[in-house]
Design a protein around this ligand. Structure first.
Ligand code: ATP
Length: 391
């Protein structure tokens, strides 16, 4: 791969389109300090896909855009184009159809970089791989910056090996091997994921088979359920129809009963009116009857009291009679005693008379005893008279 031109437009100090023509043989750039020599090498690295702003001596990649001066305003984009002479068809496959093609990188503020090869938009990775296959690139040791020679002399064997591999043209193979390893790792990870997915799918398939069996059973049960529901609904309908007919009959009977009740109500109303018409006379009779009843109650109370008093009097008279009976018995006993005394006195008088005939003294004594007996008899008779009066 041979470069024949480097065109800069708005890149760093190259605000105007500038071509660096690279002819056969040795091409050199000579100029004073700060004229932009290093900017040319950075433009070459940049168009090859350099992504580190520090490699461009900036804080951000947009620092490569012309920042303006006191006389010129800043630009909004920068572009570097690298012309490749491909007449010997040494370019990598895919870009080997033309004798000449341009590799272009353009950066726009706030929009990032865009790449083109042969006028077609490509990825940064495609540009990097193109230069890697050509054993060069932004990081190629062939691009020697200031002070890099001394760094190479003091470099470690590993870094020297890179230089030798690049000189042998196999650095692109390492790059591709690295990418192939990445792809292989990715494919292995994908295979692992596919295995996991297969496991998940088999588990899902088993679950779905179970669900399908359950769904079939559900359909069978659903059909039986619908049939049972139909039968149930028909039975309910039949029962409801029978209930409706019964209700209609009951309604008719109720209407008939209501008519009869209404008639009875009317009759009762008429009777009530009659009764209400007769009510004042009955009320008057009721008041009279109540007064009579009250009077009878009072009389009855008086009679009850009189009866009680009569009963008390009867009880007292019965007690009195009993007492008199007892007194009569006692007086009878006294009478008997008095009779016996009179008989004894009479006997004694007789005896005295017999004895008196001869004895005046005994006659006087007997007369005295007779007086005493008469006196006792009078007392007894007086007592008897009192008792008789008391009874
Ligand atoms: P030396 O020989 O001392 O290394 P040089 O010739 O390599 O110098 P460069 O370092 O390539 O010069 O260029 C530096 C110049 O580029 C400075 O004048 C700087 O102002 C200018 N420059 C760098 N970046 C920009 C930018 N974004 N916009 C405008 N000018 C820039």
């Amino acid at each position: 791969m041979r470069f024949d031109r480097l065109r800069l437009n708005g890149f760093k100090s190259f605000v105007d389109p500038t071509d660096l023509v690279i002819r056969e043989g040795l091409t050199g750039v000579v100029g004073p300090n700060g004229c932009g020599k290093s900017n040319l090498l950075e433009a070459l690295r940049w168009v090859m896909g350099e992504n580190r702003p520090t490699a461009m001596r900036g804080a951000g990649m947009e620092d490569v855009i012309f920042a303006g001066t006191s006389r010129r305003s800043a630009r909004g984009h920068a572009e570097v184009s690298l012309g490749v002479d491909n007449r010997d068809r040494l370019a990598p496959a895919g870009f080997n159809d033309e004798d000449h093609f341009d590799i272009v990188r353009r950066i726009t503020r706030d929009a990032g970089s865009a790449y083109k090869i042969g006028g077609k938009e490509v990825r940064a990775r495609d540009v990097q791989m193109l230069f890697a296959d050509a054993s060069t690139g932004a990081h190629s040791p062939a691009l020697v910056r200031q002070g890099q020679i001394s760094e190479l002399i003091n470099a470690k064997p590993r870094s020297r090996r890179r230089i030798l591999e690049e000189a042998a043209g196999i650095s692109g193979l390492y790059q591709r091997r690295h990418e192939a390893e990445l792809k292989l790792n990715g494919a292995e990870m994908n295979l692992t994921r596919v295995d996991d997915t297969l496991d998940q799918l088999s588990a899902q398939a088993a679950s779905l088979a179970r669900q399908a069996r359950a769904a079939a059973k559900y359909r069978e049960i659903g059909a039986a359920l619908r049939l049972a529901e139909g039968v149930l609904l028909y039975r309910r309908w039949a029962e409801a129809e029978a209930a409706r007919l019964a209700a209609a009959e009951a309604l008719a009977a109720a209407v008939k009963t209501a008519g009869e009740a209404e008639l009875a109500s009317r009759l009762a109303g008429a009777r009530r009116e009659e009764a209400e018409a007769a009510l004042p006379a009955l009320r008057e009779e009721e008041q009279v009857a109540a007064a009579i009843r009250q009077r009878l109650a009072v009389e009855r109370e008086a009679l009850d009291e009189a009866e009680a008093r009569a009963a008390d009097a009867v009880r007292a008279l019965v007690a009195r009679i009993a007492q008199l009976d007892r007194d009569i018995d006692r007086e009878d006993a006294l009478n008997r005693d008095a009779g016996e005394v009179v008989e004894r006195l009479a006997w004694e008088r007789t005896e005295l008379d017999k004895a008196g005939r001869g004895h005046d003294d005994r006659l006087d004594a007997a007369a005295a005893r007779a007086d005493e007996a008469a006196e006792s008899l009078r007392e007894v008779e007086a007592r008897l008279a009192e008792l008789t009066d008391e009874s």
